[in-house]
Every structure is written in C-alpha cells, then in structure tokens.
Design a protein around this ligand. Structure first.
Ligand code: HPA
Ligand code: ZN
Length: 334
C-alpha cells in the first residue's frame, strides 16, 4: 500500500508556499540577506517546532518568512517545493501564497509573485508539473488592508486563479471579509477559505453563505453538525484536509483520533494535503502514510482520496481526465 501511495499521481490543493521553507534554506537566506533570526543551526530550528495550537505555529511561521527578501528567494522557495512534488508524485498543485506577510515588511507584491511564477513556469517545462496560484488574505488583518492587497492582485489576474483566507481563525470569522470577497468574485477569482480548523461550524457556514467558497480548507470541525455534513455531501463541497498539520497543531490528539476516515465514510468529498510540510514533519506522501497506518485505510479509500484530489481541483475537464487516466494506469499494475 505504501508503494501504491508513492506511485499514484496526486494533486495537492492545500499548500502554503511559505510553509515549505526548510530550515536549511531559512538559514541560508538569513545569512545571504543579513536577517537576524533566533537560530544558528537546523537543530535549533527543529527544537522550536513544538506547537500547542494554530497561533503558536503562526508566530514561528511568520518569523521564518522574514528571511524572504528578493525575487530569487521566492524562486528558490518555490523550486524546492516543486522538487518535493516530483519526489511525491504530485503532478498538479494549487499553491497558497500570503502576499501581506511580505508587503507588510516592505517587499513589493511584484517581487513575491514574480519569483513564485518563474519557478512554476520552469516546473511546467522541466518537471511536467502543472500548477495554479491562490492568494490568501491574512484574517488577523483588517478588511481594508485586504482590499488594498486585492487591488494589487488584479494586475496579476492571469497568474492567480483564486482567493483564500488563512492565519488566526478564532475571532476572525469569514463575515469580517464579506465585502472584499464579493469584489474578488466580481473580478472572476475562485473562492476558498480556511474554516473549521480550530473554530466551530458557524465559520464553515459563513464561508459558504457569505464568501461563497467552492472548497473549504480543513473543515474537520464539520463532524459536530449533522445538518452541515448533509449540506456538504449534497453540494459535494470539497474539504482539503491536512492530517499532519492537525496533529502538530493539536486539533486531534493523535493520528488514531483523526476523523478523516469518518468523513470519507460519511460521503464527504475529502482530500489529503500537507499544509506547511517543512513545519509539520512531512510532505504529501507522509500524510497519506500516516493516516493509512493509523486509520486502517483500504486501497479503495486511498484511491478515492487521490481521485478526489483531481476532481476537487481547478484544472479543466480535459486535463482532469488525463490525470485520472494516469491514476487508472497505475492501478492496473497493482
Ligand atoms: N491555518 C491558518 N493559517 C495558516 C495555516 C493553517 O493551517 N497554514 C499557514 N497559514
Ligand atoms: Zn492551511
């Protein structure tokens, strides 16, 4: 089964590019850019990755991102993740980026998007990996700040397929951003949002009703509302679940207590993703392996999760069909 997990082509739909910053590259960029970080070795950094909840992670994650200054830094960050995609047999990836993490430090929007998109273009040519970019608003900031960021993004519309919402969830509900998402929809962006990671189901309902999301990022708290489960099944709204992240941020006590198998068995449109793999002990295959080992997943479960990843993606029907045929091809040999 582990061999099957590794060999199946997969799509990743919930991945923060800033969350792929490996300790080695963080140290290298800190030195290259003369940025002070409170670590001098990889071991120092790994010791700090001991999270108690989402906020304890975000504090360290934003500090890590402070070493990203130049276009080439964003290129290196993205390229390294794309090499991991190759290793993990991720053939299509929909990547979140958080421009406000950088523009707030005086880094131009253009620097961020140019570095990332150059790497994505090279990956298409050299590695055969297709990709889309989703720009996230930081929900701990004001809606007014988000309007400014959206206005900057419009110029790069051709490079950005959608708009999402991340950062500190509790206390920053989707309703806080209703107007800016309305404008984003009018501009033609697809909409997703983190909801029901730590906060209750009302955040998922608001994301659906007020932001009009096409996918829910995380969404594992849906388990507490029977009516919402029924709605998500009926509308087949995908959930981009991130097992390693949920364990590292103490959303669940252990892999054995994770509810992804339960959600899948209920008929929800669930996918597996790595969220911030450099911080959460593993890339996509490791997420699959961890749930497979602890939750008694069958071959059918794994295949369903992999097929869901393509069906829930923003790629066109023609390419979707090509990828799903590649999945079938691998299955023929198992
Ligand atoms: N939740 C909220 N914000 C984030 C996350 C997450 O899982 N990862 C990076 N920013
Ligand atoms: Zn996330």
């Amino acid at each position: 089964m582990i061999d099957l997990i590794k060999k199946l082509p997969k799509a990743e739909l919930h991945l923060h590019i800033e969350g792929t910053l490996e300790p080695e590259l963080m140290l290298e960029l800190a030195q290259r850019n003369s940025i002070d970080i409170p670590y001098s070795t990889v071991e120092d950094i790994e010791k700090a990755y001991n999270f108690t909840d989402l906020q304890s992670f975000l504090d360290i994650y934003y500090e890590g991102a402070s070493v990203l200054i130049k276009e080439e830094d964003f290129y290196s960050l993205t390229w390294e993740y794309l090499l991991k995609c190759k290793e993990n047999n991720i053939v299509h990836t929909e990547i979140f980026f958080d421009p406000q993490t950088h523009t707030q430090r005086g880094i131009p929007f253009y620097t961020v998007i140019k570095g990332i998109t150059e790497a994505l273009n090279d990956a298409k040519d050299e590695l055969g990996i297709t990709s889309q970019l989703i720009m996230c608003f930081l929900r701990h900031l004001s809606q007014e700040e988000c309007f400014k960021t959206l206005n900057e993004a419009i110029e790069f519309k051709h490079d950005i397929i959608g708009i999402g919402l991340d950062s500190s969830e509790i206390g920053n509900p989707p309703s806080k951003f209703k107007e800016v998402f309305k404008k984003a929809r009018e501009e033609g962006f697809k909409i997703v949002a983190h909801a029901g990671e730590e906060a209750d189901c009302s955040y998922i309902v608001e994301a659906l009703d007020l932001l009009k999301v096409e996918r829910i990022d995380h969404g594992v708290q849906v388990i507490n509302s029977k009516s919402l489960i029924e709605r998500l099944i009926k509308e087949q709204i995908p959930l981009t679940v991130c097992p390693n992240s949920n364990i590292e941020l103490k959303v669940f006590e252990s892999y054995k207590k994770h509810n992804i198998k339960e959600l899948l068995d209920l008929g929800l449109n669930v996918t597996v993703n790595s969220d911030d793999p450099a911080y959460f002990k593993g890339y996509l295959n490791q997420n699959f392996i961890n749930i497979y080992k602890n939750l008694n997943l069958s071959k059918e479960d794994i295949v369903k999760l992999v097929r869901n990843s393509f069906n829930a993606s923003f790629i066109d029907e023609e390419l979707k069909k090509i990828y799903l045929e590649k999945v079938d091809k691998i299955l023929e040999s198992f």
